[in-house]
Design a protein around this ligand. Structure first.
Ligand SMILES: C/C=C/C(=O)SCCNC(=O)CCNC(=O)[C@H](O)C(C)(C)COP(=O)(O)OP(=O)(O)OC[C@H]1O[C@@H](n2cnc3c(N)ncnc32)[C@H](O)[C@@H]1OP(=O)(O)O
Ligand SMILES: NC(=O)C1=CN([C@@H]2O[C@H](COP(=O)(O)OP(=O)(O)OC[C@H]3O[C@@H](n4cnc5c(N)ncnc54)[C@H](OP(=O)(O)O)[C@@H]3O)[C@@H](O)[C@H]2O)C=CC1
Length: 446
């Protein structure tokens, strides 16, 4: 891989130079093994340790198909979906690969006894498959994680609705936590050039998701003046939801679990902050069998205290079972709960009387369509939304990086260096970077 890295770092290699580089037969990648899917049997989700299931080793380079691209990955990032894959919860991702593999000769390539994970990357295009004209070797790119086939009509208005919609590196193989990744060329977007490789790689998945869930007409359709309740406001999704709320003239009500996280939310410009640990909300009894509506009320009263008596227009939900009852309760009449996940449990309970009597709506959201992804990346490239990178690991440390996210011991996003030999490389637009340096570094080292 050294000759590829040399070409990238030379700064002068042409597209023809990249096109003539010899591709390796194998490459370094982070993967889980099919033979390990039962390794954590009997343990609770919290006890399952990604360091034991995530391996870093050489894997063969697949054949490149039509409409696809190989990218030399300079950096990637940890997403919670890699945590799910590595603890084999709520289902083993090998089931996704097997199902995908049954579709065609080409998709069969994904059905392997190992799953190369990772749904973000920044890097350089090495080779494109037949039919790709928009991208060429040498292009500096990031990739969003929406993989679709679009052969049927379902996804033609909104690509997320394709019946063959998958998340690359979670429901497909050959993900971004590796030195080379294979993507569909439609996933590629220009790398924001005021950012380093690791900064550019880190927003992708969560930025696009937050954009659809909160801003897009497919999600919360947020407008100026809205009160937006954001759970985990300094986390992966929340760090972007908070920026979108502030940019769009809404008022974020940020929920976090400690003072450091509260400080990050404040430094982004949020003023209304709830430290859920300090306030000690206990929505469920110890057995986890019943909720306490008095605690929902206490939470709602605190929100009213902060907003001057107003309730929430949009809840940005993802913790799931633990918080969903409270989220439905504190939403104003006619308001919206947008949900994209269930980190603490997927069987939600809420009091439906508060929903229907007050004409509230629950809107589901999942990643983002092609267009929404492009718009979210454009906002990063224009310096209107900033990366939330707090710490960067090497690819060999991917297990530890995933454990940190699993244990909620991180802030914002956690980056991973793949081919990039060190942090801080890859910036072309130094002038623009200088304008946004403080915002770019807001989450660093907290
Ligand atoms: C961008 C990043 C995102 C994230 O991080 S999201 C968080 C991580 N993701 C997750 O946690 C989700 C992981 N995925 C899952 O847990 C599962 O993936 C799903 C629960 C989403 C789906 O379950 P499954 O078993 O894969 O598929 P089925 O569609 O439930 O199919 C099971 C069987 O049920 C049949 N079926 C489905 N719908 C119906 C219906 N409406 N009426 C009758 N049958 C139905 C099917 O056909 C099939 O059947 P047959 O087993 O025989 O093939
Ligand atoms: N459907 C989709 O497209 C997507 C789904 N997801 C899913 O969303 C979830 C969150 O992802 P992401 O934001 O990247 O993860 P992070 O771990 O980075 O952030 C989640 C935040 O949730 C908060 N949190 C954790 N536990 C609780 C709890 N019990 N009650 C209230 N808040 C809690 C934490 O903040 P604090 O401790 O400060 O309160 C934490 O910072 C994951 O399940 C992920 O798989 C993610 C991206 C896309």
């Amino acid at each position: 891989m050294q000759h590829i890295l040399d070409a990238i770092q030379s700064g002068s290699a042409t597209s023809e130079d990249f096109a003539s580089l010899e591709l390796p037969e194998s490459y370094r990648a982070a993967f889980v093994k099919k033979e390990d899917v039962d390794m954590f049997e009997g343990l609770s989700a919290k006890e399952k340790d990604p360091r034991k299931s995530l391996h870093v080793d050489e894997v063969p380079l697949p054949d490149l198909g039509p409409g696809e691209a190989f990218v030399a990955v300079m950096a990637s990032a940890i997403n919670y979906n890699t945590v799910w894959t590595s603890i084999f919860e709520p289902v083993s991702t090998f089931g996704f690969l097997e199902r995908y593999g049954r579709s065609s000769e080409l998709t069969k390539r994904h059905d392997l006894p190992y799953h190369v994970v990772g749904s973000d990357l920044s890097g350089v295009v090495l080779k494109t498959g037949p039919g790709v004209t928009r991208w060429k070797p040498g292009d500096r790119v990031v990739a969003h994680c929406l993989s679709v086939e679009l052969e049927g009509p379902d996804g033609h208005n909104d690509t997320m609705l394709d019946t063959e919609q998958r998340i690359w590196g979670f429901e497909t193989n050959f993900g971004g936590l590796a030195d080379v990744a294979m993507v569909k060329a439609n996933q590629l977007m220009p790398k924001p050039e005021h950012l380093t490789w690791e900064e550019a790689a880190s927003p992708g998945l969560v930025n696009c998701t937050a954009y659809r869930q909160l801003v897009s007409t497919n999600g919360g359709n947020m407008k100026q003046g809205d009160n937006v309740l954001i759970w985990g406001a300094s986390g992966g999704l929340g760090g972007f939801a908070t920026q979108y709320a502030l940019n769009g003239g809404a008022t974020p009500v940020c929920v976090v679990s400690n003072e450091e996280k509260a400080q990050i939310a404040r430094s982004m410009g949020a003023e209304l902050i709830i430290n859920r640990s300090e306030e000690g909300y206990k929505f469920w009894n110890d057995e986890g069998t019943e909720q306490d509506p008095r605690e929902w009320k206490r939470f709602g009263a605190r929100i009213r205290e902060l907003t001057g008596g107003e309730d929430i227009d949009i809840v940005f939900e993802h913790p799931g079972r633990e918080t969903f009852g409270a989220s439905v309760f504190v939403t104003r009449k006619g308001g919206t709960i947008t949900t994209c996940a269930s980190t603490t449990g997927y069987l939600h309970e809420y009091d439906n009387r508060y929903l229907w009597m007050n004409l509230k709506r629950i809107i589901s959201s999942h990643f983002a369509n092609y267009r929404e992804s492009w718009e979210a990346n454009r906002l990063i490239a224009k310096g209107k939304i900033h990366p939330t990178l707090s710490r960067t690991y090497t690819l060999d440390e991917v297990g530890q990086a995933s454990l940190d996210v699993h244990q909620n011991a991180h802030q914002g996003k956690v980056g991973v260096l793949c081919l990039a030999p060190e942090e801080g490389l890859g910036v072309l637009d130094h002038e623009m970077r200088a304008q946004h340096e403080t915002a770019i570094n807001r989450f660093r080292g907290v």
